[in-house]
Design a protein around this ligand. Structure first.
Ligand code: AMO
Length: 551
């Protein structure tokens, strides 16, 4: 209606009587409209009630409603995924796993990938009969990725095998699935992304050729709890635990005893720099142990004869390399010998041979898993099942013959550099076909104060280093067991034998002490080099380095 056609006067308006009150007609119309609206509302309400009733009926008709959802309060026998084998085909099992992945195929069919400690198996949720309903299929795919579920299902042999699962020759036909612990909807990194080999070049925020995000070592370590869940990491830390176990087994078999020496000390074990100071040890200064060196020798002076320890070692070295940590696990041993320190050197060489041989025979499956991600994992060579032992200067000669500048080493100035160590490792692998070798008789100038000098050439020492794939995994030596000789050696290296932290150590030798030797191995490095990993952090559950003090 236009402005001009608007009735301006009541007498022009048919809905208004002359006195301005609504007309009879208008009242009738309004009443009709109100009745219509009320009818419509009633119909809508009835419709809603009908629909709710229908839904309730459908729910009550969900014949599978007890087979999924919240975990019931019952007790069932649980099978570990890694124990599942072909003999379980056609049996019903219950597993507790994470949901690695889920895919809805249709309203009646979904596939879940279940994961336990890195091992994966496909689970089929297919609506059929009363046991598995469409609602159950829908619910199964609504569970957040990485959540823990308890799944009961029939073990079947899929044909063809499920290539994407690590347990490819079996699958689970789900009968029941319950939520045990839900994962957050958004997680910083997917386990499946960390499952791929680490990138050659560290680049954050990139995608690979398949469009999947590149997960760098930094991201993995920042999110280590998720990263640890990968198949590869599960295998790496099984092997790490095995190295500790085999070390202990070998030492105990030899009659050695395990000790725990203090990590809070009054002196720098390895002398000088590289020690973390504890600023306020009840008003005094303390230090974190750089090795159990002083105390393992004091145990020998205390007639313990053969001792070993597995424990933390702290190094305040600002070394940001692939093989340096500020805290690592040391495998240390110390023992008396009867005639010559080579008795201990032989013992230590056989220790490494034992560890490597047993890893290869007892942990084939884990090594094969790591090899999928780190191709060198399975090819650690041990020529003729024993160590190759060379004198330090024979090693230097090999380098010199290969054209490497060894002037500083020839002049007893420095130890082998990392680059020289690696080059020597290559030369030795080519020439002797081994990844494990030992250098003996290091120059005294590059060894710590407790090292026994060579009896015939004081410029050399009765000390040795062990190398795996051309990088150092162990240092060791015969020790000075005479107090005055030790004091002189300490002074020579700038360490005050009368100082607070060192006087007890020196005094330990005043009552007589048998000649002894020992060594310190870095667990993290053994695992790294044995498996051919790129970085020592990959062999360390929660690495500590100059840049990292978390998680
Ligand atoms: P050394 O200082 O050579 O010797 O250490 C022994 C072994 O420990 C490992 N290691 C390291 N691993 C990771 N990060 C580091 N920063 C690091 N530093 C050393 C290496 C090394 O071979 N007391 C002597 C041992 C002895 O003579 O018994 C000592 O500590 O694998």
């Amino acid at each position: 209606m236009s402005e001009t056609s608007l009735p301006t006067h009541a007498k022009d308006n048919p809905n208004v009587s002359a006195d301005g009150a609504p007309s009879k007609n208008a009242l009738k119309k309004a009443q009709k409209e109100a009745e219509k609206a009320a009818k419509k509302a009633a119909a809508k309400k009835a419709d809603e009630e009908k629909r709710a009733a229908q839904q309730a009926q459908v729910a009550s008709e969900d014949t599978a409603k007890d087979n999924y959802g919240a975990l019931p309060e019952d007790t069932v026998q649980i099978t570990h995924l890694k124990k599942l084998g072909p003999e379980d085909a056609d049996k019903e099992v219950t597993v507790i796993t994470r949901v690695h992945n889920s895919r809805s195929q249709s309203a009646k069919l979904a596939f879940l990938m279940l994961r336990q400690q890195g091992k994966t198996i496909q689970a089929v949720v297919a609506a059929s009969g009363d046991e598995v309903s469409r609602q159950m299929v829908k619910w199964a795919t609504s569970v957040n990725i990485n959540s823990f579920v308890r799944v009961t299902g029939l073990v079947k042999k899929p044909n063809p095998p499920v290539a994407s699962a690590s347990i490819s020759d079996l699958e689970l036909h789900v009968k029941k699935i319950y939520l045990i612990s839900s994962a957050a909807e958004v997680i910083p990194m997917q386990v499946k992304d960390a499952e791929r080999p680490p990138p050659a070049v560290e680049q954050e925020g990139q995608v690979d050729a398949e469009g999947a995000p590149v997960v760098t070592l930094k991201t993995r370590l920042d999110n280590r709890v998720i990263d640890l869940q990968t198949e590869c990491n599960q295998a790496i830390f099984t092997i790490s635990s095995a190295v500790e176990g085999l070390f202990e087994e070998y030492m105990r078999k030899s009659g050695s005893r395990k000790f725990n020496t203090p990590k809070l000390l009054g002196a720098a074990t390895e002398g000088g720099s590289g020690v973390f100071e504890v600023n306020n040890y009840f008003g005094k200064s303390g230090f974190l142990a750089q090795s159990p060196q002083l105390h393992k020798q004091m145990l020998i002076a205390g007639d313990c004869e053969s001792v070993f320890e597995i424990g933390p070692v702290f190094r305040a070295e600002n070394s940001n390399t692939h093989r340096h940590l500020t805290e690592f696990t040391g495998l240390d041993f110390e023992m008396v010998f009867d005639h010559h320190y080579h008795e201990v050197l032989d013992f230590a060489e056989k220790l490494i041979v034992f560890i490597v041989t047993e890893l290869k025979s007892r942990y084939k499956d884990e090594i094969a898993v790591v090899q999928k991600y780190f191709p060198k994992a399975g090819d650690f060579h041990l020529k003729d099942g024993k160590a190759l032992r060379l004198k330090y200067f024979d090693g230097i000669k090999l380098l010199r013959d290969a054209g490497v500048d060894t002037t500083e080493q020839d002049n007893y100035v420095t130890d082998l550099t990392t680059a020289q160590e690696k080059r020597l490792g290559q030369i030795i692998r080519e020439k002797y076909d081994t990844d494990f070798y030992v250098l003996d008789e290091f120059p005294m100038s590059v060894r710590p104060f407790y090292t026994k000098p060579h009896p015939k050439d004081p410029k050399l020492s009765n000390s040795y280093d062990f190398f795996m794939r051309g990088e150092e995994i162990m240092s060791g030596a015969q020790r000075i067991n005479d107090a005055s000789e030790l004091e002189a050696s300490m002074r020579n290296k700038g360490v005050d034998p009368a100082s607070d932290g060192f006087s007890d150590y020196v005094n330990a030798f005043r009552q007589g002490c048998r000649p002894h030797a020992g060594g310190g191995l870095g667990l993290n490095r053994i695992v790294m080099f044995f498996l051919g990993l790129d970085n020592v952090r990959q062999a360390t559950p929660f690495p500590r380095d100059p840049q990292r003090l978390r998680p």
